[in-house]
Design a protein around this ligand. Structure first.
Ligand SMILES: Cc1cc2nc3c(=O)[nH]c(=O)nc-3n(C[C@H](O)[C@H](O)[C@H](O)COP(=O)(O)OP(=O)(O)OC[C@H]3O[C@@H](n4cnc5c(N)ncnc54)[C@H](O)[C@@H]3O)c2cc1C
Length: 440
């Protein structure tokens, strides 16, 4: 292999950092460009006054080969904080019930489910358990069944019933993923749930979710505040060039190969010279958006985690209260429903999300205004890639094409694997393996 082979990785999220780390291990010369003032992308943490918050992920799931291998390799296994038996109170129009985030036998005690649905839940759990060896939680496309691609809503209605969709599946997908089940392929559920059955533990990191991406970045040449604006692909043996604005100054950086590890929705404008295959895939990428209002309050707030069902007249999908602890005041976390997030966009209120939910919050927290210490509106324009029915088949075809011949430009990120940390990490690992295979 030519030791001088120089790779520019655009984006220091988990996917880009994993690619860069693996390429350095294989002897490539790597430079990572990150547009923000910190690494991690959607796996990091920030602070607004007294409010600490995540830039994205909160939980590391127990599955994910590439991710758990990396955690071990970085010596972070002991830094994982186990979170056992996470649950939420699901609030419907007529009832409140407990939902376990990790599926288990307790689901059978959910009030409001028909006897038939309870029986089908048992059969479905056995079928899902049987899928464990066939489906890969790092790659949602591994669960595509047949030529059709059912939506999650259709799948749950067909295999369990409308009541299971309304009381169990839909509230969790809306409150945690901001996805409506009719917009999502069943492949996400079918590739992950089999690996969750019988598990009751997820993890966070002792020093916050940015600990892992921070540890990776320490081993790599990363330029922060370095926003790529165009990629020129080298032809006929000429190097590629990346135009970037670094600390406010334009720079042109040469490279033999470029890995674009930005959010999928941000890649197309950089890659105007990309092939029809790249453009077709990037044209199919869609993301949802997330709005969260964080508040720090004086006085006490009892611990609570509530998910709203879709039938409730509310703009808040997730309501979380965290009691005060040490110098940390009590915290309130209000995550907007997918519909309220769209409303915020349409009304130009993405910087003033609190205006959309102010009445609800005041109605629920006595003396809210006088207790408020600090408020932060968090808007994530690209929360998760939407694996809508039909999308993952295009991903599968694109990845087969990308692997079929040496490329100057490689795409990588969760939108090509699984809309989770383990997917981003696996995509980074796969991309580095591919480059090593093509260019050694
Ligand atoms: C609110 C939220 C909650 C989530 N919860 C979980 C969870 O609990 N568990 C879980 O497993 N997953 C969760 N996820 C998903 C997980 O965070 C993502 O799948 C994963 O972090 C994506 O990593 P990535 O590297 O593909 O993309 P990103 O982390 O988005 O990285 C892309 C990077 O590219 C940079 N960039 C973009 N454009 C440019 C440019 N032009 N030049 C230079 N840099 C650029 C960005 O700043 C960013 O740092 C959650 C995501 C969100 C948003």
């Amino acid at each position: 292999m030519s030791a001088a082979r120089r790779v520019i990785v655009i984006g220091a999220g988990l996917a880009g950092l994993t690619t860069a780390h693996r390429l350095v291990q294989q002897g490539f010369e790597v430079l990572v460009l990150e547009g923000q003032d910190q690494v991690g992308g959607r796996m990091g943490q920030r602070r607004s006054g007294p409010i600490p918050y995540n830039t994205g992920a909160r939980l590391i799931y127990p599955f994910g080969q590439a991710l758990h291998r990396l955690i071990d390799e970085l010596g972070l296994r002991g830094e994982l904080v186990p979170l056992k038996g996470l649950s939420a109170t699901c609030v419907d129009t007529t009832q409140r019930h407990t939902i376990q985030l990790m599926p288990g036998a307790a689901v059978l005690r959910t009030p409001g489910l028909s006897l038939g649905t309870r029986a089908r839940l048992v059969g479905s759990a056995l079928r899902l358990w049987g899928l464990r060896r066939r489906v890969d939680p790092d790659h949602a496309a591994s669960a595509l069944i047949g030529p059709g691609d059912e939506s999650l809503a259709e799948h749950v209605r067909r295999t369990l019933g409308e009541d299971a969709l309304r009381l169990l599946v839909e509230p969790v997908f809306r409150a945690t993923r901001s996805w409506n089940p009719e917009d999502l392929s069943a492949a996400f559920y079918l590739s992950t749930t089999p690996h969750l059955i019988g598990q009751d533990t997820t993890y966070s990191l002792r020093q916050g979710m940015g600990q892992l991406t921070g540890a990776l970045a320490q081993r790599l040449p990363v330029r922060l505040n370095a926003r790529a604006i165009a990629v020129r692909l080298g032809r006929d043996g000429m190097p590629c060039e990346v135009d970037a604005v670094i600390d406010g100054r334009p720079e042109r950086l040469p490279a033999d190969l470029v890995v674009c590890a930005t959010e999928g929705a941000l890649a197309a404008p950089l890659l105007t010279q990309a092939s029809p295959e790249h453009r077709a895939l990037l044209g199919a990428v869609r993301y949802n958006s997330l709005g969260v209002v964080h508040c720090a309050l004086q006085g006490e707030l009892p611990r609570a985690m509530e998910f709203a069902t879709r039938r409730r007249a509310t703009r808040i999908a997730t309501w979380q209260q965290t009691p005060a602890s040490g110098t940390q005041p009590a915290l309130l976390y209000c995550q907007l429903t997918p519909e309220a997030a769209r409303e915020a966009q349409t009304a130009g209120l993405t910087g003033q999300l609190d205006r959309l939910i102010g009445d609800e919050v005041r109605a629920r927290v006595p003396d809210f205004e006088s207790r408020l210490i600090h408020r932060h509106n968090q808007w994530i324009a690209h929360k998760l890639p939407s694996f809508y029915p039909g999308y993952l088949a295009r991903v599968r075809d694109f990845l087969a094409w990308q692997a079929s011949r040496p490329q100057r430009l490689y795409l990588c990120g969760d939108y090509l694997s699984q809309a989770l940390l383990n997917g981003a990490c696996a995509s980074g690992q796969d991309t580095a393996d591919l480059i090593a295979r093509h260019w050694r």
